[in-house]
Design a protein around this ligand. Sequence first.
Ligand SMILES: C[S@@+](CC[C@H](N)C(=O)[O-])C[C@H]1O[C@@H](n2cnc3c(N)ncnc32)[C@H](O)[C@@H]1O
Length: 378
Amino acid sequence: MDEGNQQQQQQCPDNTMTPQPEEQDEEGHNEDNTSEIYNTVTSEVHHFSKEEDLDTERGAMSETAGANPVQDVISPAEEERKEIEDEEFECLLGANGEVVLWSSKWETVLSRFDFVWPDQLKVPAAGQETPVSAPVPDSDGDLQVTRKKDLGTREGCVLIEHQNATTLDLVGEQVWRGAIFLADFLLNHPHILTDTHVLELASGVGLTSIVSAMIAKKVTVTDVDRGDILDLIHRNIKRNPELIKADVEVKEIDFYNHTTIDDLADRMKDVSVILVADVIYHNQLTDAFFSTVLRLMSEPPEKTMYVAMEKRYVFTLEDMESVAPCYEYFLQKLDWLCCQNLSRVDWTVEQNSTNFKHYFTYERTRHLVLWKIKAKLK
Ligand SMILES: C[S@@+](CC[C@H](N)C(=O)[O-])C[C@H]1O[C@@H](n2cnc3c(N)ncnc32)[C@H](O)[C@@H]1O
């Protein structure tokens, strides 16, 4: 591996530098899951509650709506949902003095990601639009059941259980800006997902998939089966039942182990859209990601992939300037992809404009980029 690559290997998703990961085996796996050798890494996205007035009237409505009448027979699905609703999150002060809802059972926090319903999407009936199954504190520590609506707009929120900081091997348990950015793009262009089967790779906590499930027909949410990640996605899906219209399944896809793709052959037969956010931060993983993409996109039916990411800049003495080596490597791999399987595939690669409306609340930095890759089968 050259020096440039070594620098890229040391870069964490939040731009902090970590110790060099231990040797990996041929397939790139870390044999002993070396969590203790990494510094803690923290996503830049934490708590999205805003200082806004409570709408007590709607809050009370939502609370009553959440109280189910006594039923003789409770279905397993209802039981699961009730389990989520009954979970206890304690109000704590976070490291930066912010209020967080903390689950001692899962050792996670709960945050709400508010959005405005796009006009193009069918708005749910009044009283059902905000899936608040658990109140979330605002920055004063008050439990915020729901936010005041702007006149003429409907607001929704995605409730996400996540970690605020993890070791590098469990970064998927945090929420990364690329996931919100990609979800925002999809709310701006819902036609991309209408009547489709969407496959999300490296989904993390599942936020982008949950938003996709508001629009698409089917969504397959995947990540590597490591730590609590697949269970965390399951819990987040159950947390947002009012948003989810699609048939959603959570499965493993490990970029280093393509038997995980073989195992999904039946389910994947009609996937036409692939989504990926913030997966470009380690060159070996980028290689494995591109070999997965090559495999998935060379098989029918034809697929279009949207890859969102935040360019991570580092200052290097060698260059005497800030560079984004992982992103540069991603661009090289895009060139590589466009030369693969040419007897069977016509590749089209283009960078999408990022000048679209904000439906979610987040900082749209200029380092957020979005690429569209289409594989036309011959
Ligand atoms: C920086 S996180 C991004 C998570 C999520 N997409 C987001 O934007 O919030 C990187 C993701 O890559 C996943 N990942 C790491 N190694 C992987 C592998 N071998 N196969 C598939 N996904 C992997 C992690 O589990 C994590 O979800």
